[in-house]
Design a protein around this ligand. Structure first.
Ligand code: GLY
Ligand code: MN
Length: 464
């Protein structure tokens, strides 16, 4: 937990951004995996953590914007709980740690909200993403399950985003820590990967490092020789010489700040020339994006600059054709990179995505594109000091997508379809780093950078 003042200041700033009413925050509850008592690893809601700091289940909190009153709702443990969980501080003691002096029982939330509604007060709530909190919202406010995201408070969402998206120095220190754990995960995978291993063996090693150094991986690890499937969560294949292995994984610290890195390695320790050619293009796109990031430019412009590097590289290899600017304007490169260059990161690996991607990555001035590829860019708006973003260009050969474009003649002028058949078993390459926007430019998070050239990756893989 950060110091009390951090939470007090955050809540005060948030309250000043919302004109009137009650701000309601629902913490998360335990969730059963296969029966109630056998739970998933507990993860607190990130906005609750940000404003109220307490990292335990079954809490809720309110801020009365007009009176300034703040209350945490939660129960003290009973003797039965102590038998199973050990002694716990009182709720009042815990609330004091985050600067809240009023505590009520969890069951008092219902009457508190009912009273506010009777008085005609607006109750602002955030869009729920867990069924438990959807049920709670329905019973507290009677909001239909299917309309809860739509009826969530834009004012509150915008206020929360405006605070959470600019990281303070003590948050950046946590994110540097998350990066270092992420590096250890990736270095271990690079050194341990050998033909004959099953992908899940590497996943287990990486998860172990995340758990022994922090809370857990920041998302389910993506590790697959079918890297052309962007979020591939199957891990049953045997590592085979000649194939590429995409590893996309990061860690979350005990304070729940995230990292997110991708490296692509040759399963047998050596890249083929064909693989190196594509790797070098993706690496150049990643390098250019890092060099461009600075306050005042949009991330859409960085995405498009990386797209031009990708398209030019593929033109040079004969896989694309025509004028690079025209090709990118037409979205032809998206056949090979159908996703966006990156996303914001913080307490969530896709930061605040629960609040709505467009509230986080776009604003009144910058609207999300509808073109295939560009529409998947989660962060498009102007960069500011304190933003943390990922930089993750990729190049994939997705046979079903290539076949579809070929059949339908999509971007015929820019794609050499006949040359692509040789790449149907290539897989994909993605290279991802985490970037902090600073006052004058940017820096990568963490102590060092994971290998990002074919030679450096091969050298790391051959180390004993
Ligand atoms: N690292 C997974 C993602 O960014 O979607
Ligand atoms: Mn990412």
């Amino acid at each position: 937990m950060f110091s009390k003042d951090v939470y007090v200041k955050r809540r005060k700033e948030l309250a000043s951004k919302v004109k009137s009413g009650i701000l309601l925050f629902l913490g998360n509850s335990e969730a059963g995996t296969n029966y109630i008592g056998n739970t998933y690893r507990f993860r607190q809601d990130s906005s609750f953590l940000y404003f109220f700091g307490l990292d335990e289940p079954d809490l809720a909190a309110v801020i009365d914007v007009e009176s300034g009153e703040e209350i945490i709702f939660g129960n003290d443990v009973t003797i039965d709980d102590i038998i199973w969980m050990g002694p716990q501080p009182l709720m009042t003691e815990k609330a004091t740690l985050v600067g809240v002096d009023k505590v009520k029982a969890a069951s008092d939330l219902g009457s508190y909200i009912a009273n506010a509604k009777n008085l005609g007060r607006i109750v602002h709530f955030l869009p729920p993403y867990r069924y438990h909190n959807q049920i709670k919202l329905f019973s507290l406010l009677g909001v239909d399950f299917n309309r809860q995201r739509e009826l969530a408070s834009d004012q509150l969402i915008k206020g929360v985003v405006s605070l959470r998206e600019i990281k303070d120095s003590y948050e950046i220190a946590e994110m540097d820590k998350a990066a270092d754990i992420g590096y250890a995960m990736h270095y271990t995978a690079m050194r341990m990967a050998k033909p004959g291993m099953i992908e899940q063996e590497l996943v287990g090693l990486m998860e172990g490092i995340a758990i022994s150094n922090g809370h857990m991986p920041s998302f389910p690890i993506i590790l697959s020789q079918n890297g052309e499937t962007l979020h591939n969560h199957t891990h049953h294949q045997t590592l085979t010489d000649g194939r590429l292995l995409v590893i996309d994984a990061g860690a979350e610290t005990n304070m729940h700040y995230a990292s997110d890195f991708t490296r692509t390695i040759p399963s047998g320790g050596k890249f083929t020339q064909k693989q190196k050619d594509i790797y070098n293009i993706v690496s150049a796109a990643n390098d250019l994006a890092t060099a461009l990031v600075k306050p005042g430019i949009t991330y859409t412009s960085v995405h498009l600059a990386a797209a031009r590097v990708l398209a030019q590289g593929l033109i040079n290899l004969g896989l694309m054709k025509g004028n690079v600017d025209d090709a990118v304007a037409a979205g032809a490169h998206a056949l090979f990179m159908p996703h966006g260059l990156g996303h914001q990161m913080g307490l969530d690996v896709h930061d605040m995505e629960d609040l709505g991607e467009n509230f986080v990555g776009y604003d009144e001035v910058h609207k999300r594109a509808t073109q295939f590829g560009l529409k998947s860019l989660r962060m498009g708006k102007t960069l500011r000091p304190g933003h943390v973003i990922t930089n993750e260009p990729g190049c994939y050969f997705i046979p079903a997508l290539i076949e579809k474009w070929k059949r339908e003649g999509i971007n015929n002028d820019f794609i050499n379809f006949s040359k692509l058949e040789d790449y149907y078993t290539f897989g994909g390459i993605r290279i991802e780093d985490d970037i902090l926007v600073t006052e004058n430019g940017a820096r990568l998070l963490g102590r060092n950078r994971l290998p990002n050239t074919p030679e450096a990756v091969e050298a790391e893989m051959s180390r004993l």
